[in-house]
Design a protein. Structure first.
Length: 202
């Protein structure tokens, strides 16, 4: 099965660089053929100061190419959709560019973590698959590519708060993507945030 192409939002990139338990921006090569980064996303993601904590961002930015490689610059978009979205209060310029490029290129996978924008955009563009960092971790776990799953969930929760319901929803999306079903017991074990977080205290 050929791997799909995805467009990435700044919010997803930021959480990936903050998550130390797994190199998520490298792991997603397993799932996608390549990742497109709109011009506004590159601008938002570029650090304003050259500090050690920004090294991970510089590494990603240094990998971006135009028409080849895994991380690619993307400039073509649907200008009509962009103008409609840029006037929405819950959508910023980067998110508007992500959606308008996906519509122009026919790309159905978007990696995004901005909750406020996601709620609005998922209602307007129901044909698009919006995957956040939690969902990507779920997909990798379902496919057996995340041996330290619990550590990753604990690490992500420390920088991005989410609930057991969010984790369960992520696994349901992941099960749909991978076509792999978990039993009720397995799903409960994977998504009981209380149990997972308690393992870090023992």
């Amino acid at each position: 099965m050929s791997r799909p192409v995805a467009i990435v939002d700044t919010s997803f990139l930021v959480y990936c660089t903050l998550l130390k338990e797994v190199d998520l921006l490298n792991k997603i090569r397993i799932l996608f053929d390549h990742i497109l980064l709109p011009k506004e996303i590159i601008k938002e993601f570029t650090p304003k100061e050259n500090r050690p904590e920004n090294n991970a961002r510089h590494q990603i930015l240094g990998r971006i190419e135009i028409n080849q490689g895994f991380y690619r610059n993307c400039t073509s978009l649907d200008h009509i959709i962009y103008k409609e979205l840029i006037n929405e209060k819950t959508i910023d310029a980067g998110e508007a560019e992500v959606i308008s490029q996906s519509q122009h290129r026919g790309i159905r996978f978007i990696l995004m973590d901005e909750k406020r924008a996601l709620k609005n955009l998922s209602e307007k563009f129901s044909h698009i698959h919006f995957y956040n960092t939690i969902t990507i971790l779920a997909v990798l776990e379902l496919q057996g590519f995340l041996p330290n799953y619990r550590d990753c969930i604990i690490g992500l929760h420390s920088i991005r708060k989410f609930s057991s319901k969010d984790l369960r929803d992520a696994f349901l999306k992941g099960m749909n993507y991978t076509q792999r079903n978990l039993s009720k017991k397995e799903l409960s074990e994977k998504t009981s945030l209380k149990k997972i977080l308690n393992t870090s205290k023992t």
